[in-house]
Every structure is written in C-alpha cells, then in structure tokens.
Write a protein that binds this ligand. Structure first.
Ligand code: FES
Length: 328
C-alpha cells in the first residue's frame, strides 16, 4: 500500500497508489511509452531508464537490452513493478504522444497483400515524416505500430500502409474486417526515425515491403521543400505484383531532377517482363552509388535487410551517425 511517486524526465511527477507496472502507471497518467505486446516482454519497445534505482533486469528483458543499456539502467517498463519512489527517463518525443480517435475514411488495396488506410482525426495530429503511430485493435488487448505514410502537412488525415501478415491477428482484422466509418483508438506520434530537415546532405532511401510508408511521408516533406537535395529512393520487392506507388514516385521523378526512384525485383517471374533492376536491394544500391561519405540514409524494412544495407553503406564510406533506420 501507500503512495509512490514516479519522477519522469526530472520534472514531471506522477503519483500512484496500487501495485502496478511502470508501463501501466505511466500510461494511466498519459505518458505513452510505445508498447505492442500488451506487457508480455515480447516486443521490446517499452524501454525507459531507471535513473537512481538499479535492480537487475529480469531474464525476459535481457534479449532486448544491449550491454550498454543494461549498465545505464535501461529496462522494459512493462517488467518493472513500482514498489518505491523512482526517477525515470523516457525519450523526450514520448512526452508529445497523445491518444486520438481516428475514423476510417478511405481503404485502398495497393497490392494483393498491402492496404492503405486513411483516418480522419477530430484534433490535429502533428508528426515528423518517418514517425509511427499505434493502433488499438478491437478484440485483442494489445496495440500495433504502423509507420505514417501521409503528408505531414495534413494534420487531420494520417494514413498507414499495412501488409497482411500470415497468422497475424491485427493485420487480419485490418485486412478482413475493417470498413469505412469504423473508429479506432490511435496513439502517437512515436519514434526517433524521421527526416533531418535541417541537413543539406544528399539522401539515400532504401525500403522493402511495407517499408514504403515512412519514406512516402519523407518524400512529401522533400517535395514541400522543393527537393533541394539529391535523393535516391531504392525500393526492393520480390515480384511485380509486390510493387506499388510506381506511378506516384515516377511522377515525382519527372517533376524533380534531384529525385530518382529505383525499384528493383529480387525474383521476377517470367511474365513480369521486367527490364529494370534485378537483384537483392543491397546489390542494386551498390550498383547505383559511388562514394557515400557525404550522404545520409533512411532505411526501412526487416532487421536482416537493414543490417545488410548498413554494411553496404558503411563500405561506401557513409558514417554510422548519418544512417537512420526503422526496423520492423
Ligand atoms: Fe512489449 Fe514491454 S510492452 S516488451
């Protein structure tokens, strides 16, 4: 029993009474750390740092924490039970996260397994191009994270691009049950992956699968800036039926000489009649680029794809601190 205080980022004090996890305590007090496994220690996204209260992480947390994080006191907030006063640190961007209701106003089938969903919000939803939101999926207790695919200037209509994951409960709901007019609970914006708007470096963007979403939002921003820097966008798909927004990005290319769109197929079918790039996206990037020491990169895709891309970019001289990525 008794009251306990959690001090967040030095000056935000919340008071809790019952025995609960730090994740729940923070959420109930409108501080929304990301979380997409319902507190089961399987998503690893709910990290925060215990500033002055060092209890060793539980075995369930270890796979998600690096050595450095462990020594700095980083924990999965869903695994920390608040038993006494504590000081914690959350990423500053988390303090801007708010709950919203989004009404579905458009559903578009982009490929055989990828859909775009457009929401309408009653309040402004301010985000940086590259960030993501979380959707509470009715019928399951957890939320799911999806990158925002839309123009960051349109504050009332965020869009997401969602691939149907075989066996995935959330994506099955979104692909099979969701209809126009439905209202979903949304939180956001989340994430430290976003366009560095002040930078003047030329840009390499690389995406695979539904990784097109955050890049599309970034490209909207670059268009608004009138494409002041050179930008090459590599998109890797398996076959022609996995490509989408080809015309949209080719149109951008036609309008802005600084922008190049390079779609590539890894395993084209004979009927695809594909005469553009073929191969793994890493090979395609290597083929089209020279010295990259002055560039910066934005990568979205599977962890395997991202690690392979980082290797190629590093080999071409790109400094690690100029490589931004979003693994999913
Ligand atoms: Fe998923 Fe904590 S909420 S690991």
């Amino acid at each position: 029993g008794g009251e306990r205080k959690i001090t967040v980022n030095k000056d935000n004090v919340i008071t809790i009474s019952g025995r609960e996890t730090a994740l729940n305590a923070l959420t109930n007090n409108k501080i929304f750390l990301p979380s997409s496994c319902g507190g089961k220690a399987t998503c690893g996204t709910c990290k925060f740092r215990l500033v002055d209260w060092h209890e060793a992480p539980k075995p369930t947390e270890i796979p998600f924490l690096s050595k450095d994080e462990i020594s700095e006191g980083v924990r999965l907030s869903c695994q920390v039970v608040v038993t006494e006063d504590m000081q914690v640190e959350v990423p500053p961007s988390v303090l801007n996260v708010k709950p919203f209701y989004g009404k579905v106003v458009e559903v578009e089938q982009l490929t055989h397994d990828i859909r775009r969903i457009k929401f309408e919000m009653k309040e402004d939803f301010v985000f940086k191009p590259g960030q993501y939101l979380q959707i509470e999926v009715p019928g399951i207790e957890t939320t799911r994270a999806y990158s925002i695919a839309s123009n960051p200037n349109d504050l009332r209509h965020p869009e997401v691009i969602i691939r149907l994951v075989p066996g995935g409960v959330a994506t099955k709901f979104i692909h099979k049950a969701l209809v126009i007019g439905d209202t979903l609970k949304i939180t956001g914006p989340f994430g430290d992956f976003f366009l560095q708007e002040e930078s003047t470096r030329p840009i390499i963007m690389i995406a695979g699968g539904s990784g097109k979403a955050p890049i599309r939002s970034i490209i909207y921003k670059l268009i608004e800036q009138n494409m002041p820097r050179k930008a090459q966008y590599f998109f890797g798909a398996r076959t022609k039926k996995d490509l989408y927004y080809t015309k949209e990005f080719k149109d951008v290319e036609a309008m802005y000489p600084n922008f190049k769109y390079i779609p590539a197929l890894s395993t084209p079918l004979p009927e695809d009649e594909w005469d553009l790039d073929i191969g793994l996206i890493t090979e395609v990037v290597a083929r089209h680029t020279g010295d990259l020491s002055g560039h910066e990169a934005y990568l979205c895709g599977s962890p395997g794809m991202i690690d392979a891309c980082i290797k190629v970019l590093r080999e071409k001289g790109m400094p690690e601190e100029h490589i931004y990525f979003d693994k999913f």
